[in-house]
Design a protein around this ligand. Structure first.
Ligand code: PEP
Length: 248
């Protein structure tokens, strides 16, 4: 974990949480919990505005789960960086594995989105990760390098967050092992330093993929892990609290 920085805990709510549920969730996060970690809630776009005020008061960051790269236009169904900012969001997930697999998002589109986010003053949280067969065949270093290099062309090292999410660990209940996370995130850090020079050392690196109360302590203790991107375990305040209680 990076020195002098809080451990990042970032629930990705996906397509869960009505405005009322999101407000109740934020309401039941007490201030000491919000203070302990750098809490970032990636809410459905519809709920950002509804929780913007209370999260701001509690020092909780709010972000969107996706965006389009144009500022405005006839892009039915899309939302832009200025819209996210106007609703109260400061961060945005780009390239989540579900966007890549279900909606065909490519590295080129990821790159356009990351650049647009930075241009408009949003912090992009870029997800990368390999499929199971890429891990077992040993191709995962190449896959991750490609995702980083292609996804981050023309991107600044700051503001930027990277989440390593092995696709096979997401939603499976089975996180990567401590050794896999240590080795792979060490590799990712080296690629970031090659790409950005010394500034690559300061990009926060999150782990995602079945992070939960049962494995939070051992995963959070890995040197190269600066935080978690969390799906299922981030939908209930109790499990979120149990995770935050165990992070450094
Ligand atoms: C995710 O969807 O980004 C994720 C990490 O989900 P889960 O924690 O449920 O594996």
């Amino acid at each position: 974990m990076q020195k002098n920085k809080k451990f990042i805990v970032a629930p990705n709510w996906k397509m869960y949480m009505t405005n009322t549920q999101a407000q109740e969730f934020v309401h039941s996060i007490d201030q000491s919990l919000a203070n302990k970690a750098e809490l970032m809630l990636f809410a459905p776009a519809t709920a950002i505005c509804a929780i913007a005020e209370e999260t701001r008061r509690k020092g909780i960051i709010v972000g969107a789960q996706n965006m389009y790269w144009e500022e405005e236009g006839a892009y039915t169904g899309e939302i832009s960086a200025p819209m996210i900012k106007d609703a109260g969001g400061t961060h945005v997930i780009v390239g989540h594995s579900k966007r890549r697999t279900l909606f065909g998002e490519t590295d080129v589109e990821v790159n356009l989105k990351v650049r647009a986010a930075q241009r408009h003053g949003l912090t992009p949280l870029v997800c990368i990760g390999e499929e199971m067969e890429e891990r077992t065949s040993g191709a995962y270093h190449k896959v991750l390098t490609q995702q980083i290099v292609a996804g981050l062309i023309g991107v600044r090292a700051e503001p930027l967050i990277i989440a390593y999410e092995p696709v096979w660990a997401i939603g499976s209940g089975q996180a990567a092992t401590v050794e896999q996370v240590r080795e792979t995130m060490g590799w990712i850090r080296r690629v970031l330093v090659e790409q950005f020079g010394g500034a690559g050392c300061n990009i926060p690196l999150l782990y995602g993929g079945s992070a939960k109360p049962e494995n939070a302590a051992e995963l959070a203790a890995i040197d190269s892990v600066d935080g978690f991107l969390i799906g299922r375990a981030g939908l209930k305040v109790d499990s979120l609290k149990a995770i935050i209680d165990q992070v450094p």
